[in-house]
Design a protein around this ligand. Structure first.
Ligand code: HEC
Length: 157
């Protein structure tokens, strides 16, 4: 699902970033709903655990989160504030992007989303409200599509 929706959009932001004018243009952007760094921080990947994998054709998505978040999910408790849920996207074994959901407060709806390129910069023109809207459909499962994978917690899948 992630790939087919966006694969056609990849070339434009790359071109913008390569011009080196990305940050200057972002500051004067008339469309603040798109494109912006937000509260989401780049995740501490070395501290996270690979809990499941989703495979679809040439796509391989490694899902990562903290041991504390996995323990909370297994206990049926809210994940700790600050938790990163990470989808590491590989296309034909090449790292393509990191999709990140972060719990930014104690409230059940306090999630924010961000797309990071392999160099860890933010994708300039992503409408992260769409991430939120789709994930909110899983409100009863802490905004997660891979709760069952987190409960199984198996990095060999
Ligand atoms: C149309 C629905 C939809 C949209 C929009 C969407 N996602 Fe997802 N997301 C999914 C599904 C479904 C999965 C489960 C993995 C899969 O099927 O690829 C998932 C999995 C994830 C995961 C792994 C944790 C979890 O929830 O299971 C993260 C992190 C994530 N998405 C972040 C994002 C970000 C960031 C965006 C926006 C850039 C985004 N998603 C947009 C449907 C969506």
């Amino acid at each position: 699902m992630h790939v087919s929706r966006w694969s056609g959009l990849l070339s434009v932001p790359f071109a913008i970033v390569l011009t080196g004018t990305f940050f200057a243009e972002a500051e004067v952007s008339p469309t603040p709903a798109l494109a912006a760094p937000n509260a989401v921080t780049f995740p501490p990947l070395d501290e996270l655990k690979h809990y499941t994998t989703v495979r679809r054709g040439v796509t391989r998505e490694h899902m990562l989160t903290s041991a504390a978040a996995l323990a909370a999910l297994k206990a049926g408790e809210p994940v700790p504030t600050g938790t990163h849920m990470v989808l590491v996207d590989y296309q034909s074994d090449v790292l393509t992007r990191y999709l990140v959901a972060q719990k930014i407060g104690a409230g059940a709806d306090q999630w924010e989303y961000q797309w990071f390129w392999p160099d860890r910069t933010v994708k300039a023109d992503e409408n992260v409200a769409q991430c939120y809207a789709c994930h909110r459909s899983r409100r009863a499962e802490q905004f997660l599509f891979t709760l069952s994978g987190a409960l199984a917690d198996d990095d060999t899948l």
